[in-house]
Design a protein around this ligand. Sequence first.
Ligand code: FEO
Length: 390
Amino acid sequence: MEISNTIKYLGVNDRAIDLFEGQYKVPNGMAYNSYLILDDKNAVLDTVDVHFTEEWLQNLKAALGSRQPDYLIVQHMEPDHSAGITVFAEAYPDATIIASAPAFTMMKQFLGTDFADRRIIIKDGDTLSLGAHSLTFLSAPMVHWPEVMVTYDSFEKILFSADAFGKFGALDAEDDWADEARRYYIGIVGKYGMQVQNLLKKTASVTIQKICPLHGPVLKDNLDYYLHLYDIWSSYAVETDGVFIAYTSIYGHTKEAALLLAQKLREAGCPSVAIADLAREDMAACAANAFRYSRLVLATPTYNAGVFPFMREFLQHLTERNFQNRTVAFIENGSWALTASKTMKSMLEGCKNLTFAENEVHIKSALSEESLAQLETLAAELCKDCSSQS
Ligand code: FEO
């Protein structure tokens, strides 16, 4: 695959992987991207996962032809991109390894060497001329590890963005970019919105015509769309006006309340309503939805004087990713000593700028006239600010 006349794609599709980073379900696999810039000097950007280093090396050899690589630029040391460094260094002993100082520290830890005799240590703003191509390295700490550098090629106006603008899924996956990029972003980088904002500010002053991430497709058209989504996600702003109802249920009574609320919201004209059973649906997608919508409803039985385990896990996913700027409503169930709402509120205590709905639903075992009335009132409260109602 050609990115341009002088930039070649070296990456691979991983269709065998079940859990990315040991936790994220990836039914459509993953792509580990790597690029080669051909010029007076030839530079490789990043490598791939350990299971694909031979395939990657063959891709590199084919793209090089009779040429030799002069540089390997290591933007990110996470092993899904750095497992090929050793085979590269052995195959091309005259090539120089380029990375940030913390990346070389990690190289020593992961690979047993920091290439002290054949390296260039780069810092924010450093440049490298390959001939026509002029590369500027921009530090992007915590996007998604502290050592990360992204690379801007001013000749072709390409941003090599490391993990930023990546997504789950192999390159031939037929899925929605935003859905899988959001799930990836919130899961992997969600905690580091401020750092992503810093990166967006750094790159705002340059013209970008293509974005080459380390996962997912090269982005060429309508870049404003992708940049806008990244700005929304990293500023914890609302992407979609609507309600996401996340529930857990043991015997179906809490589920019944959640479904009924969804129905009432739709009937009242709520512009968008999504609902998920936290025990059965992908937790990463549920977390992404919590960040996507303007309002979140948490519905759960009381369990061991707290909340049902899947709700506890869900809330942990949100709080450790700096969940903020949303309206949250509560539906609790319990046959004795209801404590779920109180527990959920205390779990969300450290979140910034959350508004708790005034109305709550308290179900005692099963929906009753009283709790149905509470559900009605909650639906009205959640809908009163919907844009379609205003
Ligand atoms: Fe795709 Fe943070 O590695």
